[in-house]
Design a protein around this ligand. Structure first.
Ligand SMILES: [Zn+2]
Length: 241
């Protein structure tokens, strides 16, 4: 008799233990799900395109950016603009950043102050006439600027942190690989939209990187989103330096 009561007691206790354990068991997957890191902050990167505008490749790039909802930054050579004013207007209308890459792509560190001011000023005036009154940031050709010349520039100077040397290889595959290996959130990528191979590489990179959580913004937005207030005459290589 006592054995039966003890057995019954044991069974009731076991059933109670199992039932009370069940909700705890249910919470485990929920806790695990909550512990999976949710990456709320987007990874931002700025693609920059130098030496254009160039009909045939710049418009193809603009089409691709529009299809992807991506923004880019274009550093334009003044003497190339007249042939492609409509493309400059398109850049402005489609939310891209337009910058100054001098009038005739000369090395600014080899010019006098006056010559340098002219190279920059002539393009700045044309951009203002076509795309409107605003600041057109400078990318010096080849990245060269004489020490002490920054104060004459009057706008922020944009350099880069990722350079796949696309002008040298003109090989889409190589450019894609070089950028993929080096890019990280906050990078400024240097490309040239005068080469169809570079345009193709940029669009392929955007497709691959967006699957990895990247978003493509202008240099101005990249700095702003990283809490950096751009200053005239200061060089920016990425949002991290
Ligand atoms: Zn250039």
């Amino acid at each position: 008799m006592w054995k039966r009561i003890l057995l019954l007691f044991f069974l009731v206790a076991l059933a109670t233990a199992l039932l009370s354990a069940q909700p705890r068991g249910r919470t485990i997957p929920a806790q695990n799900a909550a512990a999976i890191p949710v990456d709320a902050s987007p990874k931002l990167v700025a693609f920059t395109f130098d030496d254009g505008p160039h009909r045939g490749s710049t418009d193809r790039l603009l089409d691709g950016l529009r299809e992807r909802g991506a923004k880019g930054t274009f550093f334009l050579v003044g003497q190339e603009i007249d042939e492609a004013r409509d493309l400059v207007e398109r850049m402005r209308d489609e939310g891209h950043q337009i910058g100054n890459h001098t009038w005739s792509h000369r090395r600014l560190d080899e010019l006098s102050d006056d010559e340098m001011t002219q190279e920059i000023g002539k393009t700045d005036a044309l951009l203002k006439a076509i795309a409107g009154e605003r600041e057109y940031w400078l990318r010096p050709p080849y990245g060269f600027l004489r020490e002490g010349a920054e104060k004459l520039v009057g706008v922020p100077v944009v350099k880069w942190s990722v350079d796949p040397r696309d002008w040298e290889s003109r090989d889409t595959e190589k450019v894609v690989r070089a950028v993929s290996d080096a890019v990280r959130p906050g990078s400024i990528v240097l490309l040239h939209d005068i080469y169809p191979t570079s345009v193709e590489a940029a669009l392929r990179l955007m497709d691959a990187l967006s699957a990895d959580g990247y978003q493509f913004v202008t240099v101005e937005e990249l700095l702003q989103q990283n809490g950096i207030t751009p200053r005239a005459g200061v060089s920016y290589r990425s949002a991290g330096e």
